[in-house]
Write a protein that binds this ligand. Sequence first.
Ligand code: ADP
Ligand code: MG
Length: 469
Amino acid sequence: IWNNCLKIIKDIVDWQPYKTWFEPIKAVEIKGNVLMIQVPSQFFFEYLEEHYVNLLAKTLKRELGKDARLEYRIMVDSGNNGRNGSMDVPAGNMKMYNNNEMDFPLIINSPVKNPFVIPGLKKMQIDPQLNHAYVFDAFIEGDCNRVARRAGKTVAEKPGANSFNPLVIYGGVGLGKTHLAQAIGNDVKRLHPNKVVLYVSSEKFINQFQDHSRNNAINDFIHFYQLIDVLIIDDVQFFARAEKSQDAFFAIFNHLHQSGKQLILTSDKPPKDLDGLQERLLSRFRWGLSADLQIPDYETRIEILERKMKNDGLDMPKEVVKYVAYNINTNVRELEGALISLLAQSSLNKREIDLELAKKVLRNFVKTSSKEITIDAIQKMVCEYFDVPYDKLLQKTRKREIVQARQITMYLAKAFTKNSLKTIGEHFGGRDHTTVIHSCQTVKDLMDTDSLFRENVMELTQKVQLAAM
Ligand code: ADP
Ligand code: MG
């Protein structure tokens, strides 16, 4: 029966996806109107469910009648069995997972205690979720990151089989944590193509966990993660106060570590300062190596800029590169931001990048030397832009256009002047600082959801920036 189904599916689905998603499926047994198939992994099951559930349902109904049902069994990788002795989260037995949203009932049947393995089935294939631009080659080495970068190289060469397990990379915003962690993942894939690598932010991990938790499928979640060879979790500080997710992470961590799999974690603080993370997790973080990323020194900043320019096929005078590197000493993201602004201004004004332009542009980055633009000036610009009378901006009008113009003005005033929220509020007919906070938040939210609104704000931001030069 399953072979008949496959024939039908083969005619409908393209060759490549057919090979990837249908050939590895094994029919296990038929009981009445229920066909049990075995798939290589939880991920595989989810993929089928997401992309092919209707096709499967239709074909199966044709073969087995309208009450046909499909049951899945998930094959567990042979390397991972029986090693869960120290897990605090109980490894459940035969968890049933009913997806009620489907008209076609799916049941997952995961053999946990005694995973039986059918030889010859493919190892699970998952998309590692890596950005290919984040490679070691593009990650400039300096005193600021030497230990972390070299440890990362070692980990990539011998994942799991080194003394840096876990490797914890920590440092402030924009210093290259994500880049370095992903470079390790990319290098593992290059050197060991068969290793299963996964990059995930802790926020995504928490969200996935909560979804599974709602569906009573926590064990499936944990088992999926236990099949990974190199697990990269970015920004673990966001685990703070997500207790249940930490429990799951703890179980996964233990299992992977004991099975000789590699863990790479990043965090914005050294592990000892990670408030809100369970002590048992922190003590495990100390098993490996914690390496920090510092602000690159002047020479390294020059190198980083030069590499970026080379990668993007750009050129600018050395004195400009030096000027930017000298003045932007906060983090690499800002360094890149300055470069991008410089390019934008150069093409906007159709002029070559020279020191003079760099000085103008950098005024917006180097906070001390920027020419201060006033709240009044911003108000006038916004009024002109939206064609709103100035006095309306200050009054208590509830008209939508005016409310939005007022909110944008407050947002710009907060971004481009050094005035306190209180002072800004006073410039709008004596509103208090909470109104200003609320306005700024509203603008940020609307920019995420309303593209026309976003365009307006971006254009106004440009105008204010230019006026501040
Ligand atoms: P974090 O995750 O620590 O906030 P990111 O990894 O996102 O920082 O880095 C911010 C930007 O800076 C990225 O575009 C990254 O490519 C770049 N970057 C950081 N460190 C370096 C470095 N040493 N060499 C080249 N680029 C770097
Ligand atoms: Mg990051």
